[in-house]
Write a protein that binds this ligand. Structure first.
Ligand code: URA
Length: 204
């Protein structure tokens, strides 16, 4: 395979790309969002997680996965024995897309054009970090990782070869687990998610 990322000048390159992303106008989502939420984590991480887009709290904090979905992800990673500090965490789309309902900002799923526009940044993160394994959390992340729409149920559970010998994996988004109404089903889905995280953690 190719050399691991994080070497040489990658810190300076990453910082330059992130700074450029802060002023991104490649799609209209920058207009209503508070700020670009770029990925974060060690630049030599063997593992990269891709989420969908920042949520309300991430938009305000400027950091990925710090809200409820991020807390669930942290718990699941801990249960799976995966060190979040060894992972680079980012999103397919780097601005929060929402609709206003009074004082509340309600999440809206980014469309294919927004995902495609934002792949510009994701591709550069992948080139800099060069993880061995990439995990797409949910359908939007899977679309960004694979460049096409896929069904989670049909793509999860086995490695998908990506460019450069990188292994791609698809699983559910933690927000999905938060929304499963039935408690037994929720526990079952959560256990499956943890098992998948354990499996990928054992491969890096
Ligand atoms: N959901 C995501 O997909 N990403 C975040 O950063 C937060 C919530």
């Amino acid at each position: 395979g190719r050399p691991a990322g994080g070497g040489g000048n990658s810190g300076a390159v990453w910082a330059a790309v992130r700074d450029e992303a802060m002023g991104c106008t490649r799609c209209p989502l920058y207009k209503d969002a508070t700020q670009t939420v770029f990925g974060e984590g060690p630049l030599d991480a063997p593992l990269m997680f891709i989420g969908e887009q920042p949520g309300d709290q991430e938009d305000l904090a400027g950091r990925p996965f710090v809200g409820p979905a991020g807390q669930l992800l942290d718990q699941a990673l801990a249960e799976a024995g995966v060190d979040r500090a060894r992972a680079y965490v980012t999103n397919a789309v780097k601005h929060f897309k929402f609709a206003r309902r009074g004082k509340r900002r309600i999440h809206q799923t980014p469309d294919a054009g927004e995902v495609q526009a934002c792949r510009w940044w994701l591709t550069q993160e992948l080139d800099i970090v060069r993880p061995r394994l990439v995990v797409a959390l949910g359908a939007t992340a899977a679309r960004a990782m694979l460049g096409k729409a896929v069904t989670i149920s049909r793509t999860r559970g086995s490695a998908i070869p990506l460019e450069g010998g990188v292994e791609g994996w698809v699983t559910v988004h933690p927000s999905y687990l938060l929304r499963v109404p039935d408690e037994a089903k929720k526990a079952e889905e959560r256990a499956r998610f943890v098992a998948e995280l354990r499996m990928v953690g054992e491969r890096v």
